[in-house]
Write a protein that binds this ligand. Sequence first.
Ligand SMILES: Cc1ncc(COP(=O)(O)O)c(C=O)c1O
Length: 496
Amino acid sequence: MPLLHEVSRSKTLALLGRLLAVGVDFKLDDQVTRRRLAPSEMRDLLVTDLPDESTGVDEVVRELVDTVLPACNNEASPRFLGFGHTGADLAALAGGLLALFAQQNLINQSFAAPSATFTEIAVIRWLRQLIGYANRPVSDVTTVWDVGGVATYGGTGSNTTAMMLARENIAPGTLHQGVGDVARMHIVVPSGIGHYSVKSALQWLGCGDRIIEVPTRGYRFDLRALEQTLRERRDEIMAVVAYAGDSRTHTVENLCAVHDVTRAADPRIWLHADACWGLMCAFLPELAPRLAGIEAYDSVTVDPHKVMDIPYAMSALLVREPAVLRSISSYSDLIMQEDFAFGQVTPFIGTKEWSSAKLWTMMRAHGRRGLADTMRHRLVVTRTFAGMVDDHPRLLRLNDPDMTAVAFLYLPVDHDPGHPDVDRINAISKRIHARILEEGRWHFHQFSLPDDTGRIRRGATLHPLRFMGNNQRITESHMRDALAYVMGLGRASEQG
Ligand SMILES: Cc1ncc(COP(=O)(O)O)c(C=O)c1O
């Protein structure tokens, strides 16, 4: 297999140029997927032995393009309505491509990422500013501990780093001495809507299963119940996690109230806001008030790969007090003991890809105004979709969207709102979703959801479909066609 220097420049450019065209056409395709195979068929096709002989690069690439790519899901398709992770921003793609070639390693600055380290710092400062954390003057940023955040590979990594900070906060020195009194290491989350990453973080950090779920109302903490839990479990709780956009309905927590209740109960508790989705609000004057109070939280997770059309994967953990990152720092003489080596402040990550290049180019290219326009357009799309669901007698919307998620159910023809048959409604919804996945023509997401607004029966566990209005290729006719398709599947499922 040749290295770049062994191939003529023109041959390299021809191959990469062809591939770029394939990649662009893939993203511009209307189809969610071109080829559906059962997992076992896909396994048998692709899980093969490594051949002894070399295969020419042209041949391998052809195989990838002809066999693997057609079966890939295209999240940028305007028929992909369940998420909005399009990865289709041109500037972000350009930044990502260059980063791929530049091969910078942000573990160290001096010899591994002399300039990339500082574009990453710039990006972290932009994100901090967006959520209302104060930034030091640039001239005062003299080490990585002055930056106030780290880029990670996802919301899971960012949340886990936050929980590590919470653990060090309640039991300083645990990093060195090992986990001691786990009875103090519980984390409070809203019941039924939390993301698994927080629970997993506790397990990974040696604290065990110590999640305390507090009842919710309208997909937000029931504040009385939160207050009561914090009182009853005093001295057991190390963190409260609030969702600025939960994974399912993207409802933004009442951040100020949760802050006030928590701080009043016990100021030692670490307050973490998961704003993986909520970052979207920060760009829009009309949505920014929903994030009010987030700047008083000890840490905040944001996930640009979810809400900013940048290719996977890029998340960031931001901290109110930049110096707290010292409490979870790594020391090794393999990481340069230099001021700007990010390897010192990024738990779990050694070699560190220049993932922020995508965001740096994207944010610079759009500017604040461009970003606001994008987010505003998404709200219009979401409102349109919610309106279509509301206008349909056989569809029921379950949440009042704060951002771009709409959870909805197909209702069978004999549905009686006074006596809803929850099992049947769920069974039909699951059948609809199974068909959607099987056929691969459209995509809606599905998950379990407590009926927190009481639109079917308060407290029931529902399995709705979920639309997300982030994909800017979605038009009214896509939404209408998708709902007609769901209705067709629903009618067929009722009979099945
Ligand atoms: C609210 C929330 N937090 C965290 C995560 C985890 O993010 P990632 O998959 O990027 O690790 C998700 C993913 O959907 C999420 O919705």
